[in-house]
Design a protein around this ligand. Structure first.
Ligand SMILES: [Zn+2]
Length: 116
């Protein structure tokens, strides 16, 4: 967990067109799984999770992000209830059916779900 008062994180476009973050003022290099609070230009505060550090320049780090489960509109689709979250046995996150798993790179399905 990165915890410094001087840490500053801003959203930045990555070479692959995905959104990442640029972190400055960190005491140490961010690690995969670290959670960082980003304030957007609109003043919105978002919590993101680092996937990996892509680039280091001086004390600035450009990092890719783990996909965060977005609240999706609950709706029924053919054969099932879409939009209910479950715990993935691979990545350990609470995920939606059909979202991509950062651990396996595949889409989440009920077969990934941790069962009691
Ligand atoms: Zn997963």
């Amino acid at each position: 967990m990165l915890a410094t008062s001087s840490l500053k994180a801003t959203f930045t476009k990555l070479p692959n067109e995905a959104w990442g973050v640029r972190i400055t003022g960190a005491d140490q290099a961010p690690l995969s799984g670290d959670q960082v609070t980003v304030t957007t230009q609109a003043g919105e505060v978002r919590q993101v999770t680092i996937a990996e550090v892509l680039e280091t320049s001086g004390s600035a780090y450009v990092c890719s992000l783990r996909p965060s489960p977005k609240p999706v509109a609950r709706r029924y689709i053919k054969g099932g209830y879409f939009g209910r979250r479950f715990e993935c046995g691979e990545c350990g996150d609470m995920v939606f059916n059909g979202s991509y798993c950062w651990e396996t790179g595949l889409r989440h399905g009920w077969n990934n779900a941790v069962r009691d």
